[in-house]
Ligand binder design. Structure first.
Ligand SMILES: [Mn+2]
Length: 348
């Protein structure tokens, strides 16, 4: 944890950091509940919570000084002499912001979300190993779910099977609501499982992830139930080519926007550029969507320690869609794929 706090203060921060969002609370302190705040200086670290969490905070954050939230914000902000409070503007609602700034004795509040998030862009070895294991649970779940997929089962029921499998395999929860989008619904990139019954000839897109030891997994596969027609094969092959070519192009030090372009060019040249509306991928960590991202507008460079999804798709309203997603990591200068599930078109 100290290393992470050192990385935080290695940026231009001249004051005290106040943390209120669960992801950064967990990252900098190891505390696994949301009902806490951190006050960080290079020398002192405080965790502020209430009596429900005192035992847990002492156990999970032994290097932090525990402060009872009932002491009040005047006392808490009095713990630091600094006149500047760097805070997470994306993780503090307006009411809370107003209360805090009134009680902070004239200290200046400086919105600093991206600086506070920044150290999380480069994962350490411990984080890589956890995300690898989380992604392995996803791979096992996909293999399992193929045995249970058949025409006549509802999206919701198959999603529940998948989620149950992940929980039984060690996951503590889900990274996000499981997407099972079949038939025409597969044209919805974020079609959360519905009551729709899966039919013969349907594309079925599974986009799912679990939470494991505080980190997220994320993967997507699209399969066909029954028999694939020629258009389904055509669209699938374009997405597959875009996905595998983009992954093969990845290099430590390349522009993240270039990775997006590799996939986007293939899909555009095939005539479906308008049907690929989202970015190629996003970083994954404690949160399911982190920085940097593979998008046309990204100004980031792919670096050692980055873990991102590569997930091109083609979505045709009224017909259906395909998305294929792996997680990749840049490690020791090499690109490694953390997702092992097969990618050739599976027909069940
Ligand atoms: Mn994703």
């Amino acid at each position: 944890m100290q290393q992470r706090i050192d990385k935080l203060f290695a940026q231009e921060i001249e004051g005290t950091v106040f943390i209120s969002g669960y992801a950064n609370i967990f990252y900098y302190s190891g505390f696994t509940s949301e009902d806490a705040y951190l006050l960080l200086t290079p020398e002192m670290q405080y965790i502020i919570t209430d009596s429900r969490y005192f035992v847990q905070a002492k156990l999970e954050c032994p290097d932090f000084e525990l402060i009872d939230i009932r002491k009040g914000w005047e006392y808490i902000f009095g713990l630091t002499e600094s006149e500047r409070i760097y805070f997470e503007e994306d993780n503090l609602n307006y009411g809370m912001y107003k209360r805090l700034s009134e009680k902070a004795g004239g200290k200046e509040f400086i919105p600093s979300q991206s600086k506070i998030d920044f150290p999380r862009q480069k994962k350490d070895k411990h984080e890589l190993e956890i995300i690898k294991d989380a992604e392995k649970i996803g791979d096992m779940a996909f293999e399992y779910i193929l045995e249970h997929l058949h025409a006549g089962i509802s999206e919701r029921d198959i999603a529940f099977e998948l989620e149950m499998f992940m929980r039984k395999s060690g996951a503590s929860g889900l990274s996000f609501d499981t997407i099972v989008a079949s038939g025409v619904r597969s044209a919805m990139p974020h079609g959360v499982a519905s009551d729709k019954v899966i039919e013969n000839g349907d594309f079925v897109t599974f986009d799912f992830g679990c939470r494991y030891k505080g980190y997220c997994s994320d993967m997507t596969r699209t399969v066909v139930v029954g028999k694939a027609d020629s258009k389904q094969k055509e669209i699938y092959d374009i997405v597959l080519k875009a996905q595998t070519t983009a992954i093969a192009s990845l290099k430590n030090g390349m522009a993240c926007s270039d990775a997006d372009k590799v996939a986007r060019d293939i899909i555009t040249d095939a005539g479906y550029g308008e049907n690929f509306g989202h970015s190629l991928g996003h970083s994954v960590g404690i949160e399911i969507h982190e920085m940097p991202v593979f998008s046309p507008k990204s100004t980031d460079v792919l670096q050692n320690g980055n873990i991102l999804s590569v997930e091109p798709g083609i979505y045709i309203d009224g017909w259906g869609g395909v998305r294929i997603e792996d997680l990749i990591a840049v490690w020791d200068g090499e690109v490694i794929n953390l997702t092992a599930s097969p990618k050739e078109l599976i027909v069940i």
